[in-house]
Every structure is written in structure tokens, then in C-alpha cells.
Ligand binder design. Structure first.
Ligand code: HEM
Length: 450
């Protein structure tokens, strides 16, 4: 009986893989042809393929036709590699991200350029240094802080910012960058930089580390200048705190307190760790908040349910709608690693693939979250989805250090917006999410009435 049930479930999964893949091929062909016939040429096709709805279709087609696509082209030019493998089935994505020793993180060289000397733990392979630094930072950034400090801070900041705008809000400029910046200034305790500088420096450094696929030198120079200025800002914060004689109970203060027992955690090491956290915190949270709301605004029935929860002050339910919206429209559709040696993935299956040493492997978290063989109810907007199914912020050893912060901060930030009556996009172009040259939100207007 059990065997039959298993067989049946495998057949259903296969049928869903097949139908989703074939439908995706057909609808992509129509979309690409539409962009070409509309006279928008290569730029139109590129814009079409960059939409997350199109990306979902590309990955549905890949899952069916070429689940581990091995290309000789180098798509990510900012880190050494010999070509690209795109991995789209959920189990294979998980396998790549689980096999740290075979698939390494590549960010080390650029991380060193940012800190001015040392690596940061996201750029490290698993080992003593990684465990040392993450352990110390876990003592400085306690899980319990999310409830006692971070969520209240973001909640109050967002409530104040939204209250100041009676009928319209430009999300990135007036909320989604400012609330994460408050996490850095108040919770991390790095309060020595102008907020506008902090936001643009963090975004430039983030772009340099993760998004500079073509290694564009003008923006690289800007990012390195930003890194230098940010290092100075953190040095000043450390010096001020030491001079004051009272370390305090924020992340910086706890790092300084830890120095007594761990002398190797000197000021420079503290700075290197804090700069990594600053980079991770601001542009990502802002983009996630904008993209989640952008998605909900397209679906009035979902928006209405999220708004009903927001008006009850039910952040947990709001959070579930936001996470599910982000699954459809995530900040990063792939996570990349480089093969250390020739490696076989999906061994003993028909899709087994030998990945040559040096290949950059794009493990698609977006695809995994829509793979019917990996994620339950993958096509459905399902706010009750268990949190563990989300791969929005990575998987395995390097899973986002701010994962629990994200889970609490996103609803805390957006609940006051969602609670407004008659919430809709602003008229015209202002109501469409606009990204800057680094792909971060710069303009996204909503209007509402009180
Ligand atoms: C919604 C917002 C965020 C998104 C989408 C996001 C996404 C990610 C992803 C995908 C990774 C894994 C990268 C990889 O494996 O190559 C990661 C790691 C990391 N994130 Fe986030 N992140 C967010 C917010 C934050 C925040 C708020 C912080 C800081 C408080 C942070 C700090 C980090 C750090 C330090 C790592 C490295 C973890 C490690 O190497 O063990 N992130 N993030």
C-alpha cells in the first residue's frame, strides 16, 4: 500500500514538473516574441527575462529540460571561474549548498578589499576561523534581541515615519532604507555616520560583493571609497565608545566587552565583523520590503487579507504574507559557489552532472522554492507554509546571519503601511518600483487615506 502511495506521489510530481515545464516554455516563447515584435529588441527581451515571473518560468523549463545546465560561458566576471553551471532542482540546490568542501564561497578577495585586510565570515570556508568569528558575533547579536530590541525598534521607527506622511509614502526614501539604518545606528551602536551616507555606502559595498557581475570599474571605485569611509566611521564609533568608558548593551558594546576574554578580537577584528553586518542589513531589508509589497499590490485579495491582519496589529500573519510574497519575488534568485574540484552532483539519477573544477555554480533558491518535487504546494500562495521551507536567505552553513531579524523586521516595518485605508500604488511611474543602477529600490510611491 505504502509502495503504491509513494509511486502515485512520484507520478503526480512528475506530471506537475512536466506540465509546469511545458507551459513555461510556451509562455516564455510568447513573452520573448512579444518583446521582439514590440520593437524593444535585446533590451526588451532582457527586461522581460529579469522579471521574477519570467525567471520562475525559465527555472520551470530548466527543471524539466536541463536541471543541471553546464555552460562554458563565464556569467559572473567579478570572481575567477571557468564557466557556469545552473542548478535548478531543489534537492540539487540543497546538495550544492550542503557540500561546503566541494563548493566554496568566493567572496574572500572582495571582502578583504572592503575590510582593508581581513576576511569576513561570509567569505570564509568552514573551519576554525569561521566558527570563531560566528560564535563571537552570536554572543554579541543574541537571538533574544530580535524580540526585545530589534522588532520594537523597527516597529516604533516605522510607526513614526508612516505617521508623518498622512496620505502618501515613497517607500525606499521614507521608510524601507531608514528602518534598517536604525538597526545599524541603534542596535549595532554604529552612530557615527550620516544616515544617507550609511545607506549609500552599505548599498555600494553590497553591490561590489554580490552583484557586480561584469566587474564594472567605475562602480567598483565608488564601492571601495565607500568601504574606506565606512571603516573610518566604525573606527570612530569604537574610539568614542572606549573613550566614554561605558560600553553599553548594544552589539558594539558587547563586542568590546568580549575583548577582555578574547584578546584576538581586537578593534580591527570588531570593525571587520561589524562592516560585514552593516553591508548585509540595509539594502537587503529595503529591497525585500519593497518587493514584497510590490507583489501584494498586484493581488487585491491577498493584499486585503494582509491588511486585515495589519489592522489587528497581527504582525505574525502579516509576516507570513510577506514571506510568501517574497517567495514569488525574492531579493536573490540564485546563490553562487565555485567547484573546488571535479564533483558529481545528483549522483545515481538520470540528471547526474559532473561539474568541472573552477565552474561557478548558480544554485537557484528561487527554483528550489517552486520545485514541486521539493517544496509543498509550490505553485500556490500559501501563507501557512512552514518557515523552514523558505530559502529566501540562503541555506546551510552560510544561511543569513540576520534570518530571524528579517522575519521580525519585515512585518514590523510594513504593518503600519498595510494598516492604512485605501492603500494603492501612487499614480503613474511613481507607483512602480524603480531600481537604481545597482538594482536597489530608489522610488516606489504608495498612497492611502486615514
Ligand atoms: C531580507 C533581507 C536579507 C536577505 C534577502 C539576505 C540574504 C542573504 C543570503 C542569501 C545569504 C547567504 C549568502 C550565501 O550563502 O552566499 C546571507 C548571508 C548573510 N547575511 Fe543576509 N540577508 C538579509 C538580511 C540580513 C541582515 C538584516 C543581516 C545582518 C543583521 C544580514 C547579514 C548576513 C550575514 C552576516 C551573512 C553571512 C552568514 C554566514 O556566512 O554564515 N543579512 N544573507
Amino acid at each position: 500500500m505504502m509502495l503504491l502511495a509513494n509511486l502515485w506521489s512520484r507520478l503526480v510530481t512528475l506530471a506537475r514538473l512536466l506540465s509546469a515545464g511545458l507551459w513555461a516554455v510556451a509562455s516564455l516563447s510568447i513573452g520573448v516574441a512579444g518583446a521582439v515584435f514590440a520593437g524593444r529588441g535585446g533590451a526588451g527581451v532582457k527586461a522581460f527575462l529579469l522579471q521574477s515571473a519570467s525567471q520562475r518560468k525559465v527555472f520551470a523549463a530548466l527543471r524539466l529540460l536541463a536541471p543541471n545546465l553546464n555552460l562554458s560561458q563565464v556569467l559572473i566576471k567579478c570572481y575567477d571561474n571557468t564557466g557556469t553551471v545552473i542548478v535548478s532542482r531543489g534537492v540539487d540546490v540543497r546538495e550544492v549548498l550542503d557540500r561546503q568542501a566541494d563548493f566554496e564561497v568566493v567572496y574572500g578577495p572582495r571582502m578583504r578589499a572592503i575590510t582593508g585586510e581581513a576576511n569576513f565570515f561570509l567569505g570564509m570556508q568552514d573551519g576554525a576561523d569561521y566558527r570563531h568569528d560566528t560564535s563571537l558575533m552570536q554572543l554579541a547579536m543574541r537571538r533574544s534581541d530580535v524580540e526585545t530590541c530589534v522588532a520594537p525598534l523597527v516597529r516604533q521607527t516605522a510607526a513614526r515615519l508612516v505617521a508623518a506622511k498622512p496620505d502618501r509614502l515613497d517607500l525606499p526614501k521614507e521608510l524601507t532604507r531608514l528602518a534598517p539604518a536604525a538597526i545599524v545606528t541603534t542596535y549595532f551602536g554604529i552612530d557615527t555616520m550620516e544616515t544617507a551616507d550609511l545607506i549609500s555606502w552599505a548599498s555600494e559595498m553590497f553591490w561590489y560583493l554580490f552583484l557586480d557581475l561584469d566587474a564594472e570599474s567605475a562602480l567598483d571605485q565608488r564601492a571601495l571609497a565607500a568601504a574606506k569611509a565606512c571603516r573610518l566611521g566604525i573606527d570612530t564609533a569604537i574610539a568614542n565608545r572606549k573613550r566614554s568608558g561605558a560600553y553599553g548593551d548594544d552589539v558594539l558594546g558587547r563586542c568590546l566587552t568580549l575583548q577582555a576574554a578574547t584578546p584576538e578580537f581586537d578593534d580591527l577584528a570588531i570593525r571587520n565583523n561589524l562592516i560585514g553586518l552593516v553591508i548585509g542589513a540595509i539594502p537587503t531589508l529595503s529591497k525585500a520590503a519593497c518587493q514584497a509589497l510590490d507583489y501584494l499590490l498586484d493581488y487585491p485579495d491577498l493584499l486585503a487579507k494582509a491588511q486585515a491582519a495589519a489592522r489587528q496589529g497581527d504582525e505574525a500573519t502579516v509576516g507570513r504574507y510577506l514571506l510568501e510574497a517574497l517567495r514569488f519575488n525574492p531579493v536573490n534568485p540564485v546563490i553562487y559557489r565555485r567547484a573546488v574540484r571535479d564533483c558529481v552532483i545528483a549522483r545515481s539519477t538520470l540528471r547526474a552532472c559532473t561539474i568541472p573544477a573552477g565552474r561557478m555554480v548558480l544554485a537557484s533558491n528561487l527554483s528550489a522554492m517552486f520545485d514541486p518535487g521539493f517544496t509543498e504546494q509550490s505553485d500556490r500562495f500559501w501563507p501557512e507554509r512552514p518557515f523552514g521551507e523558505y530559502m529566501l536567505w540562503g541555506y546551510g552553513l552560510h544561511t543569513c546571519f540576520g534570518a530571524e531579524i528579517n522575519r521580525a523586521a519585515l512585518p514590523a516595518m510594513l504593518t503600519p503601511v498595510l494598516a492604512q485605508q485605501n492603500l494603492r500604488r501612487a499614480e503613474g511611474a511613481l507607483g512602480r518600483l524603480r531600481l537604481d543602477e545597482m538594482n536597489f529600490p530608489v522610488e516606489f510611491g504608495v498612497t492611502y487615506s486615514r
